[in-house]
Ligand binder design. Structure first.
Ligand code: MN
Length: 292
């Protein structure tokens, strides 16, 4: 049965902090305790880099070599370009509008920087990084890398060409997204002109949140402004959104993973022992090698 989903809360961006010297982010979850470890499962963490102007720099800003285990990092560049290298031998540039879906799983070292040529010119920078948790049975799978450029997304044009829904993962109105995931995930960008209306329906059990990247919308008749996060209650299926200004909205919905979460630093595991093992394996070089 289809019923309206109510809004649990609309969060303004929490105070920003720097990740390395290249990413100024607002951690909507789980960091500030407002939402918690499990509330958005399978999404464990969301760092939102609201729009910021970076001056030109010959040395690209970013974050140096660091490990991950037990989850996937999904990076969406809205403005600016991010370069990536990892110890599995993958590298690439996430251009404006593109997505990088990196499965750290059993363990990877990577580094994330502003792309060198972009850095020399500088400019507006805006991105989202999600940590998507993996079910226990996939935490020690082989690392994987999915670079997905914007032109590969599923694309649903709204009536009267009032906008488009880009399908990154899952499916919207029978259009599928290219990203493969280890648990059911819906991830879209809605790029809307003022007045555009769009309707979404997700299973009630799916944890669901929208990030207002640009502009403003009403969702189920409540107003949400730029840089805000809309967290939906799990009390219904349907969401009606209307753009009150030209808007870009990141739509996230996924089936929760009902397993314990033990996060520590760059690792997200199920038990404390697995965290100890992750540090041992990292210190013993089992995550491979990557030059600084
Ligand atoms: Mn990282």
């Amino acid at each position: 049965m289809n019923t309206l989903r109510s809004i649990e809360r609309i969060l303004p961006p929490p105070p920003a902090h720097m990740v390395g010297d290249g990413f100024r982010v607002h951690n909507f979850f789980p960091g500030n305790g407002q939402i918690g470890l499990q509330r958005m499962s399978p999404f464990f963490l969301m760092d939102y880099g609201s729009k910021i102007e970076f001056p030109p720099s010959d040395t690209p800003r970013g974050v140096g070599v660091h490990p991950h285990r037990g989850f996937e990092t999904v990076t969406i560049a809205y403005k600016g370009k991010v370069a990536h290298h990892d110890s599995a031998g993958n590298s690439g540039v996430i251009g404006e509008g593109d997505v990088q879906w990196m499965t750290a799983a059993s363990g990877i070292l990577h580094k994330e920087y502003h792309e060198a040529e972009w850095s020399k010119i500088g400019g507006e920078f805006q991105m989202v990084q999600l940590w998507v948790n993996l079910p226990a049975k996939h935490k020690m799978s082989k690392p994987k890398y999915q670079p997905i450029s914007r032109n590969e997304f599923g694309r649903v044009v709204l009536p009267d060409e009032k906008g488009i829904v880009e399908v990154i993962a899952g499916n919207f109105n029978a259009t599928h997204g290219p990203a493969s995931s280890f648990s059911p995930i819906e991830m879209y960008n809605a790029r809307l002109k003022k007045g555009a209306k769009v309707h979404f329906s997700f299973p009630k059990t799916y944890n669901t949140g929208f990030v207002i990247i640009e502009g403003a919308v009403t969702v189920n008749e409540k107003t949400a402004e730029t840089d805000h996060f809309v967290l939906f209650a799990n009390d219904g299926t349907d969401i009606y959104m209307e753009a009150t200004r030209d808007a870009i909205v990141l739509i996230l919905s996924g089936e929760p993973i009902h397993e314990p979460i033990v996060p520590y630093g760059p690792f997200v595991m199920n038990t404390k022992q697995e965290i100890v093992d992750a540090y041992d394996d990292w210190n013993n070089g089992k995550f491979g090698y990557l030059e600084d």
